[in-house]
Design a binder for this molecule. Structure first.
Ligand SMILES: [Zn+2]
Length: 385
C-alpha cells in the first residue's frame, strides 16, 4: 500500500489510533432480499503527527447513505446556533451567504434568509460570499486542504466562514468510537482545525459549543479584510482580531485532553469490544427472558456496532426507521431488515433499542404506543457503560 498522505497537510508521519477491522460500507443498505455477503472494507482512524488531524485512513467506498429524516434535535440546534451567531454580530444584514451542507440533510439557508441574508447563486448574484455556512459539510471532503481552499476562493475579503463539527474531544471523552465511518474523512479537534484554517489563509476568531451529539462546536474564521474593511462585513468581523477567550478556552481544553496524542486514543479502541460485547450480552439476555426487542434508527452509526456485536435477526428481528428511502432494505453486514414505524404497534416490543440518542425525546412523543404497551426505550450507546 502507498504511504498515506495527510488529507490536510500532506504529511506522511502518523499513527492508526482506532481500527474497526473490515466493515461494510455504512451507507450501502442492500435490498432486503439481497442475500449478501456485503463487501467489506478496512475502517481505520489515523492521527497525523504533523498537523494533528484525525482522519479516515482509506476509503474505497463511494456512495452516500440515503438521506434520512432530519432529527428535530438538529433542527432546533440550527435555530439556536443562528440566533447565537446573529446576537454576536457575525451575520451581515443583506449579505450574501453560501452553504456547504451535509449529504445527510439539514440546511440553515431558510433561517438565514429570515435574517435578511441572500443565498449566493441567485439571479444577478454572481459575486463572492460574505458568509459561508458549513454544517457538517467539510468532514465529507476526502481532500481537506482542497476543500478549504475551495471555500476560501468563494469568499470576499473579510468574509466569515462558520464551520460546525462534532468535536474530537467529545468522541474521546464519551467513547464514541462509532463516529468513525466510511465517507467521514475528518474528525476535528479545535486545535487541528484552527491550524488547518490558518494555513488556508483564515484567521480563527471565536467558537460556540452545543450539546448536539454530546459536544458540537461552531467555529467562526475570517479571511483578512481589505483596508478599510468593507461596510458590508458583519460587525464582529471588522475588527480583524485573533482568537477570542471562548476559542482560546476550547484550545486549552483540547491541550488538556491530549487530542493530538495517539496514547489518548487507547481507551477508544478498548471501548469497541466492551460496547459490542455489552450489546450482544444484553440482547441475548432479553431473548432468553422471552422479551421482544427491536431497534430504532437505521443510521450509519448502527452498522459497525451491529457488525462488531455479531447481531442477527434472531437477536434483533428488525430496525425501525421512519425514512421511506430505507423501507425494503436491510442493515449492511447483517440479515436484519429495516421496517417502518407501523411495526412498533404491530410487534408491541418490550424494549426499543435506540441507535440515534438525539432522537429520544422525538420518538417518545411520536410513538406513545411503545410505552403505552409497557415497552421502554433503551439508548444503545449506554449499554455496558
Ligand atoms: Zn496532517
Amino acid at each position: 500500500m502507498d504511504k498515506h498522505a495527510c488529507r490536510a497537510c500532506r504529511g506522511s508521519a502518523g499513527h492508526v489510533v482506532l481500527d474497526l477491522g473490515e466493515q461494510p460500507a455504512s451507507d450501502y443498505f442492500p435490498r432486503r432480499d439481497d442475500p449478501g455477503p456485503d463487501p467489506v472494507y478496512p475502517l481505520q482512524m489515523w492521527l497525523c503527527s504533523s498537523c494533528g488531524l484525525a482522519q479516515l485512513l482509506a476509503d474505497p467506498t463511494a456512495p452516500e447513505e440515503p438521506r434520512g429524516t432530519e432529527p428535530a434535535a438538529l433542527v432546533s440546534q440550527a435555530a439556536d446556533a443562528v440566533q447565537r451567531v446573529a446576537a454576536a454580530g457575525w451575520l451581515p444584514e443583506g449579505g450574501v451567504v453560501a452553504e456547504y451542507g451535509s449529504p445527510h440533510g439539514g440546511s440553515w439557508l431558510g433561517l438565514l434568509a429570515a435574517r435578511g441574508l441572500r443565498p449566493a447563486g441567485q439571479a444577478g448574484q454572481a459575486g463572492l460570499a460574505d458568509v459561508i455556512v458549513d454544517c457538517f459539510g467539510l468532514m465529507h471532503a476526502a481532500d481537506q486542504r482542497a476543500a478549504l481552499a475551495e471555500r476560501a476562493a468563494r469568499m470576499a475579503p473579510g468574509a466569515v466562514l462558520l464551520l460546525q463539527y462534532h468535536a474530537l474531544s467529545t468522541i474521546l471523552r464519551d467513547g464514541q468510537w462509532n463516529a468513525l465511518r466510511h465517507g467521514h474523512y475528518a474528525y476535528y479537534s479545535t486545535a487541528a482545525l484552527t491550524g488547518m484554517l490558518a494555513r488556508a489563509g483564515f484567521i480563527p476568531r471565536t467558537a460556540w459549543r452545543f450539546e448536539l451529539y454530546g459536544g458540537t462546536v461552531l467555529l467562526a474564521a475570517t479571511l483578512p479584510a481589505a483596508t478599510p474593511p468593507a461596510t458590508t462585513l458583519p460587525a464582529a468581523a471588522r475588527t480583524g482580531a485573533g482568537p477570542d477567550d471562548a476559542l482560546r478556552s476550547m484550545l486549552a481544553d483540547d491541550a488538556a485532553g491530549r487530542v493530538g496524542d495517539p496514547g489518548a486514543f487507547a481507551g477508544l479502541q478498548q471501548d469497541v469490544q466492551a460496547h459490542a460485547k455489552a450489546l450482544h450480552d444484553w440482547l441475548a439476555a432479553e431473548r432468553s427472558a422471552g422479551r421482544t426487542v427491536v431497534g430504532y434508527g437505521a443510521a450509519s452509526r448502527a452498522v459497525a456496532l451491529l457488525c462488531h456485536a455479531r447481531v442477527d435477526r434472531l437477536l434483533l428481528p428488525a430496525v425501525i426507521d421512519a425514512s421511506p428511502a430505507k423501507q425494503g432494505l436491510r442493515m449492511p453486514g447483517t440479515d436484519i431488515p429495516v421496517a417502518g414505524p407501523e411495526e412498533l404497534g404491530a410487534r408491541r416490543p418490550d424494549a426499543v433499542l435506540l441507535f440515534v440518542p438525539d432522537l429520544l425525546a422525538e420518538v417518545r412523543a411520536a410513538y406513545p404506543e411503545v410505552e403505552a404497551a409497557g415497552g421502554r426505550w433503551v439508548d444503545a450507546a449506554t449499554l455496558g457503560s
